[in-house]
Design a protein around this ligand. Sequence first.
Ligand code: PLP
Length: 524
Amino acid sequence: MSMNSVGRQTTPQGSATDSAPSTATGNRALMLKEPLIFESGAYDRTGVDIPDAPEVKSRLGGLERDTVIGLPGLAEGETVRHYTRLSRQNYAIDLGLFPLGSCTMKHNPRLNEKVARMPGFADIHPLQPIHSVQGALRVIHELGEWLKKLTNMPAVSMSPKAGAHGELCGVLAIRSALEARGDAREVILVPTSAHGTNPATAAFAGYKVEDIPATEEGRVDLEALKARLGPDVAGVMITNPNTCGLFERDMKAISDAVHEAGGFVYCDGANFNAIVGRVRPGDLGVDAMHINLHKTFSTPHGGGGPGSGPVVFSEALAPFAPLPFVEEGDDGLLHIIEEETAQEHHDQSFGRMVAFHGQMGMFTRALTYMLSHGADGLRQVAEDAVLNANYVLRAMEDLIDAPFAGAGPCMHEALFSDDNFAEGFSTLDLAKGLIDEGFHPMTVFFPLVVHGAMLVEPTETESKAALDQFILAFRAVAERAIAGDESLKSAPHHAPLKRLDETQAARKPVLVWSDPEPQAEAAE
Ligand SMILES: *Cc1c(COP(=O)(O)O)cnc(C)c1O
């Protein structure tokens, strides 16, 4: 089987709209076309030279493998090149702006990586004697103290491993608190603009989920919320700032109303980047909130990289927080509390979220980020993130629809819609056009409350020059969508792969490679 014939099947050549002639190899300048490793490696080759294994009497009773295992064989050099070429086809935060709204994709200072790799943090084991891991426990404890201070909340659980995991932690604490007072409530209210994980978490924890409508302005409808509150409502889950990029100004009134009706307030803190150092959720009556360390406090997390979602708790929920946790003893040492005790907090713990303490590598990165910024620097994070998002909003609003721009400044992200695109053109076309311009697209078709939504979050780590470049590209592609430029419908033209059927890819992913020409190979 020739590599070229297979390569052509998996990597379509340039479309008809490409003006550049095709090349004999399919490579484009120094960007090399890369087949799958299964297509380039042969099964009967190996990259190492070891003697044949001696004959042994099989004890597998006839169950031993009698066919080849099917792993491709490549020499080390070939393997290195294969993965390096693949990595060059990837887009990363270290290559350019990543304007994914709601994701907070910011530069991750190298200092974070250096500290996370220190052997005292990277090479330890959770079952080591505690006297030998005091430094690591100190990091967990100190980070927890920062989080409590930044949120003005009395307790924190460090162990949840992502934002959604933190949501579950918070909702389980709410359920335990209600059970402890013998109050069986069944409903959790979630705004229509909520991140998908919110209703999913509430349902997973056994609650019925009901929507709360948004106002024209894109905020929670306080009156509708109040009207729905009652003895069956366990709580609300509200993202603040919300997924329309707006601050929920009525948050305190919402909390007061929910508390008065006997419920709890869960705040989705994934957007904390916009308010860190400026607003303390504890002052707004929040009972539990997760913080995405991997968003607000840097760390690259695209493509499912490591996350960490510590949860802060109010006095009312603190006793129910999960185990284990780290506590400073009178002896000045840090101890791991594994069981419910008569501690001030956690004395009616609902159990565990994970076996040990959570994501150590994320803790060291987050604390490094905090300490290197300092209190004033963290406040500036929020200010610059909001400034950058408003810069994008005001640079675009004359050209494309910006549904809530009239409501005043946005927070950390700017929301647009495809309302004034030409007939037949949508957000998807704009996103694909941006790829040709060298930018990862923004979050598209979310939040659902806006038609053809485009959610742009530049973060504070982009310079004005970088934002100006992005705006140049964004405007140019938007103009083509508004004018109905047909060539945009087949973008991207310059990417290794053209327009894919994303629905098919998500619904029916082909996860196992099968040899397209097994007969031909057998005959060779
Ligand atoms: C990212 C995000 C989440 C989920 O966090 P994960 O760490 O991806 O589980 C929840 N809510 C909002 C608003 C988010 O942006």
